[in-house]
Design a protein around this ligand. Sequence first.
Ligand code: PRP
Length: 171
Amino acid sequence: MASEAVDIGITGYDVCVEWCLASGQSLTIRALPPARTSFVTYCTVAGRTPHTIYTEYPAITRAWLAACANPQPVRIVRLHGSTEGVIRADDTGAGLLLVTSGQTLAANGLDVEVPLLATDVCVVTRTLPPAGQTLIDLPSLPVLPLPSFCQAPGGSADKPIPRQRDGGLRR
Ligand SMILES: O=P(O)(O)OC[C@H]1O[C@H](OP(=O)(O)OP(=O)(O)O)[C@H](O)[C@@H]1O
């Protein structure tokens, strides 16, 4: 889907949200029956003042921080795969990562958990402007909107969140 090689895909809702926010493009995301629900979760260690958020979801992280009432300056570092050990090892670290059972968080001593969005398998197609139709669609499946905190200020979730280079400071 991302490389435009195919017109329809089956993937995780988390992947779709991150891609929409990062690219500024729309997808039509439709829910399949739940298979194994996980949660994109903010986590850290109790008592820390995080300066760095490690994540495979930098666009979701920026959107969430932008929606926070009093966001603190924080560096966003993109990592792929399991990040719990890196977060634990950095005394000013936090993370935005995928949690299913919570066992990996617990094993790494990450004891502050804030679930931001539930994610499961979904069907995804590109949304074509201006009418929003898709090349292939499965209208019997319910549409999943982007999370409410991904709404651009004063606008709709279809508008991209302002970009920031990975690793930069958000002020
Ligand atoms: O809450 P838990 O049940 O402990 O699962 C959480 C772990 O699962 C995911 O990794 P996964 O095994 O999917 O591999 P990957 O992220 O490295 O691809 C995720 O990155 C966490 O590391």
